[in-house]
Write a new protein. Structure first.
Length: 302
């Protein structure tokens, strides 16, 4: 890994790039409690091979980016009632981190791809910073509306349970999570999963950032009205067997965005199995190509 740090306001963001600097930028935004290495290095290199300058980064409160230890993690009752004594940050703050990272790299506009919570952040970028987002790909995400995208009941214990103590327990818990939410119709490389979990623990052994990120999601509420403002060419990808974010979340996202294309992947759960990479990468590249054929809404209005 060739990690670098960027100052984004009061936050330091850890990032890594792949591909030629002269290529169009493609910003990858990862999900809840997942570090940038959740975007597999091989996946990033394949995207770079399609002619992109690929940027992956640790969201705030994860990996090697700034953590917010001064704010206690929210209690389960706060998450349930959506009333927080102190909110560490919002999805909009997390979206601004990505924009400031682009500023640091001297990049005016980028294609943005987000997975799960990263999809919510990417949607926020496209809605609030339309002049910066060339195209949007939202993967296994949702609009925040209460009646769509809800997790299966058996997933909730992983949200509310105590974080594992020690590396072995962390790796074991990761295996259990993906046995539950992963793609049932695609092979999963258990050795690679354990290796990724071990590296994640080495980079960031604390799990305290995850509930603070979850609080940002919950506090964001129903973002449908904001999502409707998105004008960038948009692709929505969702697995038909996603237990973490039900496919209704993907359908609602696609309905809310004018001209959005919905791609449902049969048998995919809440992960990115290697077997579906070619299909996802093809779809991302095709959606990015749409950006060159359309006049951005912010230019039409000027």
């Amino acid at each position: 890994m060739n990690e670098q740090l960027a100052k984004a306001g009061d936050v330091e963001i850890c990032f890594e790039t792949f591909g030629e600097e002269s290529n169009p930028a493609l910003l990858l935004v990862m999900g809840l409690g997942t570090q940038m290495i959740g975007w597999h290095e091989d996946f990033c290199r394949e995207l770079a091979g399609r002619g992109f300058r690929v940027i992956r980064y640790d969201n705030r409160d994860s990996g090697h980016s700034t953590h917010f230890e001064s704010v206690p993690p929210p209690r389960p009752l706060e998450l349930f009632t959506r009333k927080f004594k102190k909110l560490a940050y919002t999805l909009a703050d997390m979206a601004d981190d990505g924009m400031r990272l682009l500023d640091h790299l001297g990049i005016e506009r980028a294609h943005v791809v987000g997975a799960s919570m990263g999809g919510m952040i990417a949607q926020t970028m496209a809605a609030r910073h339309p002049e910066r987002v060339l195209s949007l790909t939202s993967i296994m995400s949702t609009t925040g509306a209460r009646h769509v995208g809800n997790p299966a009941l058996k997933v909730y214990p992983f949200f509310l349970g105590r974080p594992p103590r020690g590396k072995d327990a962390y790796v074991e818990r990761t295996e259990k999570i993906f046995a539950l939410i992963g793609s049932p119709d695609f092979d999963r490389d258990e050795d690679e999963l354990r290796k990724l979990a071990a590296l994640s623990y080495d980079r960031d052994p604390t799990s305290a950032g995850t509930p603070r990120q979850l609080a940002a999601i919950v506090a964001g509420g129903n973002r449908t009205a904001e999502v409707r403002r998105i004008k960038a060419p948009t692709l929505v990808i969702h697995g038909t067997k996603d237990k973490m974010v039900a496919r209704s979340g993907g359908r609602a996202t696609a309905r809310a965005i004018s001209g959005a294309k919905l791609e449902l992947i049969e048998g995919m759960g809440h992960d990115l199995p290697r077997a579906v990479w070619p299909r996802i990468i093809d779809a991302i590249a095709a959606n990015a190509a749409r950006a060159g054929q359309e006049v951005p809404a912010w230019q039409q209005a000027s």
